[in-house]
Design a protein around this ligand. Structure first.
Ligand code: SAM
Length: 243
């Protein structure tokens, strides 16, 4: 297979991740529902519902893909606020833009094709920066975290929603079976693409667990860093502030 993700050189990872998301873009939303039994919607609602954000704020959602988080954020910042949805992949952005148009959302969200490692925004330009199920895919995560810190205003909050380390022992075998047997089969069946979903399971296992990501956020310059596990640590929400 051409997705030998485990040992690819750093430079190639970005290209491979690009191929994965271009190949899944059209089926992305359906697959999320199937793979998580719809629970990703609950996690995302909780994530946005507990962000430090108010009406009129300017917020950035990185790796925003098809726009689930941006849509929820838009409700929170209201018509006086603005949401920038940044993603490295033009196909994902296009699906997101079409989906918003279908729902009648015509203003308040700006789409920017950009790499989280090197953001095209000035220092201190956002009240809140989020990244949901995205940091895992970024090659240089430390660079992305530093960029998130840079573009935040003082007092602003950064929030990361990401798969993490499952903490309940009894659940681990179930979760492994789901990841390495069910996921690729669902991928094959519904998206004719087992490899992208194999990549998904592998990328989750390689992502830094809770305390390590917290330390990375501290190293990137965030203050008062902390996290909260959801669903026994299947996912975690990390928070940091710019002071
Ligand atoms: N946030 C959305 C959600 O929760 O449904 C999309 C998450 S999707 C699993 C991951 C997204 O990260 C993809 O749209 C992909 O294009 C994007 N991505 C990967 N590497 C990136 C990078 N270096 N900079 C910005 N976006 C990136």
């Amino acid at each position: 297979t051409h997705f030998g993700f485990r040992d690819v050189p750093v430079g190639e990872k970005q290209k491979l991740v690009g191929e994965v998301f271009s190949s899944v873009a059209g089926k992305y939303d359906l697959m999320n529902d199937l793979m998580s039994l719809g629970i990703h919607r609950v996690w995302k609602r909780y994530f946005v519902g507990t962000c430090q954000v108010k009406r009129g704020d300017r917020v950035l959602d990185l790796a925003g893909g098809t726009g689930d988080i941006a849509l929820l954020l838009r409700e929170r910042v209201g018509t006086t606020g603005s949401v920038v949805l940044g993603d490295i992949n033009g196909e994902m952005l296009k699906v997101g833009r079409d989906r918003m148009t279908d729902r009648g959302v015509v203003s308040g969200v700006e789409f920017v094709e950009c790499n989280a490692e090197k953001l095209p925004f000035p220092d201190a330009s956002f009240d809140l920066v989020t990244i949901a199920f995205g940091l895992r895919n970024v090659t240089d995560k430390d660079a992305a975290l530093r960029e998130m810190q840079r573009v935040l205003k003082v007092g602003g909050q950064a929030r990361v929603l990401e798969f993490s380390e499952v903490k309940a022992d009894w659940f681990k075998p179930v979760y492994d079976f789901h990841s390495f047997n069910i996921l690729p089969k669902l991928g094959k069946l519904f998206a004719n693409d087992a490899e992208s979903y194999q990549y998904l399971a592998e990328s989750i296992r390689k992502h830094p667990p809770q305390d390590e990501l917290k330390a990375m956020m501290e190293a990137a310059g965030f203050a008062r860093c902390g996290y909260r596990n959801l669903s026994a640590g299947i996912v975690a929400i990390h928070t940091g502030y710019k002071t």
